[in-house]
Design a protein around this ligand. Structure first.
Ligand code: FES
Length: 123
């Protein structure tokens, strides 16, 4: 997916980002293709390190989760797409099983600044 270049933007207060929690946010940017599509993402702690991805399954380009904040599989090992069950490594976004195997989630830059978690689209 093509996207406009992004500025740092607030995802959530740093205090919200606790182990096991997935915080969803809406990006200011829209997709270039398909044009104007709103972009959302999620951020979580991966072994203590904040990590953020676009909430977009590489299979059909739709959001991964049906339930707010629910992204992990039943074993709590992989990020799972709720639509067709693709599994993604939390640390890299790589799809290791499912219809988009070999593809990957789109990772966002993430940083903590002034007690806020900020994200930015990579170019
Ligand atoms: S839409 Fe995600 S696996 Fe098909």
């Amino acid at each position: 997916m093509k996207m406009h270049r992004s500025q740092w933007q607030i995802a959530c207060p740093a205090t919200e980002l606790v182990p096991g929690k997935f915080v969803e946010f809406r990006l200011k940017e829209k997709a270039v293709e398909p044009e104007g599509m709103p972009l959302t993402g999620f951020v979580f702690l991966d072994h203590g390190t904040p990590r953020a991805y676009l909430n977009l399954c590489p299979h059909l380009g739709i959001e991964l989760n049906w339930m707010p904040g629910r992204f992990m599989d039943a074993d709590n090992l992989f990020i799972q797409c709720a639509t067709h069950g693709a599994l993604f490594k939390p640390g890299t976004g790589e799809c290791i099983a499912g219809p988009c195997q070999g593809d990957a989630l789109t990772e966002l830059d993430v940083r903590e600044q002034n007690d806020l978690i900020e994200v930015r689209v990579r170019n």
